[in-house]
Design a protein around this ligand. Structure first.
Ligand SMILES: [Zn+2]
Ligand SMILES: [Zn+2]
Length: 364
């Protein structure tokens, strides 16, 4: 079978031939990959910023945002049938018996840092024609979501952020009303976050660099949120327009703007970071103002990383809700589909678009 592989030692990314994997345990499932989404993480892996092959190998298969179709199930798998659509978990538990998070099925909160991740660290990814995986790490997607199911994994980021936001805002001894949310960034993670926030009833603004109109701003307007360009509207003006920034969902990975916005967070507000900044992106950090606000305004700042079981369940449910509520809009997040031979353009960041997807198979 064909697969896209990264060789960190040789600084090489290429299409390779691999023997097709087969089921070796009754709890396993063989999946025909249909589509794999490409994101900033893949671009960094292909620039060799990070990424670790499985032990004993000099390469790893790329890809973590998957959609596949079940081909074959092990004798012990009772609840999946060939033809079912599935999305794979990216981060798996570490093996440390003392890691409470991993031992209770919450590897997204792993405390040892020794977790493996498909297509990123110590495990092959999903950009291959076939994958064999344990049943417990696969999530069933309804057939009606065939065209957008590859967005489940990026949506788990918004789901995790929302779960955390609800828990953290529960600390307030009353139920806040009329809350407003600000999304930083209008890539796939930002847009899916905006959909989640609108669906949860928050008045939502999306603040991103590019002036409107553009494909992202059109999606933002279609879901009833407001798009503001940081090139046209400075942070102070944006804060005035929004009025009260109760919740910030950061999906930029560029810390400077995030810290400028943080100073405008409303009293009792929550700032959620989801993007990993580049080391060089932070120029100035107003420690005094940020800490003063945290104390005098009871604010909270939290970082989230995705891939918990509940986040996948919520993402699959909500993708169905978004798909019904905004017919034809969710599809527009996927701006390009490329055959496997043309993987280089998307993974090297040579093609534009919101979410580019590698098309691996058609399914039955
Ligand atoms: Zn990703
Ligand atoms: Zn762990």
């Amino acid at each position: 079978m064909r697969a896209v592989a990264v060789y960190p030692g040789k600084r090489l990314v290429k299409l390779i031939e691999r023997p097709e994997p087969y089921i070796t345990a009754p709890s396993q499932v063989k999946v025909r990959m249909l589509e794999v989404g490409v994101c900033g993480t893949d671009k960094e892996l292909c620039a060799f910023v990070f990424g670790t092959p499985p032990p004993g190998s000099d390469h790893f298969i790329l890809g973590h945002e998957s959609l596949g179709e079940v081909r074959e199930v092990g004798a012990g798998v009772q609840d999946l049938l060939p033809g079912d659509l599935v999305v794979g978990t990216v981060r798996l538990p570490c093996s440390d018996t003392a890691c409470d998070a991993c031992r209770t099925d919450h590897q997204d909160f792993c405390a040892t840092g020794q977790y493996p991740e498909h297509g990123i660290r110590n495990l092959d990814g999903f950009m291959a024609e076939y994958v064999v995986e344990e049943r417990e790490y696969l999530h069933v997607v309804p057939a009606s979501l065939r065209q957008v199911g590859v967005l489940v994994e990026p949506l788990t980021i918004a789901e995790k952020a929302w779960q955390e936001a609800v828990r953290i805002q529960d600390r307030l001894p009353w139920k806040p009303s009329g809350r407003k949310a600000l999304v930083l960034g209008a890539g796939a993670v930002g847009l899916l976050g905006a959909m989640k926030l609108v669906a949860e009833g928050l008045e939502t603004f999306v603040y991103s660099q590019m002036p409107a109109p553009n494909p992202s701003s059109a999606i933002v307007e279609s879901i009833g949120a407001t798009y503001l360009s940081s090139q046209e509207v400075p942070v102070s003006e944006m804060a005035r327009l929004v009025g009260r920034i109760d919740l910030v969902y950061e999906a930029l990975g560029a810390a400077q703007l995030a810290f400028d916005v943080m100073k405008r967070l409303a009293p009792n507000g929550l700032f959620v970071f989801t993007g990993v900044p580049r080391a060089e992106s932070l120029e100035a950090f107003d420690t005094y103002k940020v800490v003063e606000n945290l104390v005098l305004k009871n604010q909270a700042i939290v970082g989230v990383v995705n891939s918990g079981r509940q986040s996948f369940a919520d993402a699959i449910r909500d993708l169905g809700i978004f798909h019904q509520r905004w017919t034809g809009v969710v599809e527009r997040i996927i701006t390009g589909r490329f055959p496997m031979e043309e993987f280089m353009g998307p993974v090297m960041g040579r093609v534009d678009g919101i979410k580019n997807v590698i098309r691996i198979g058609e399914g039955k």
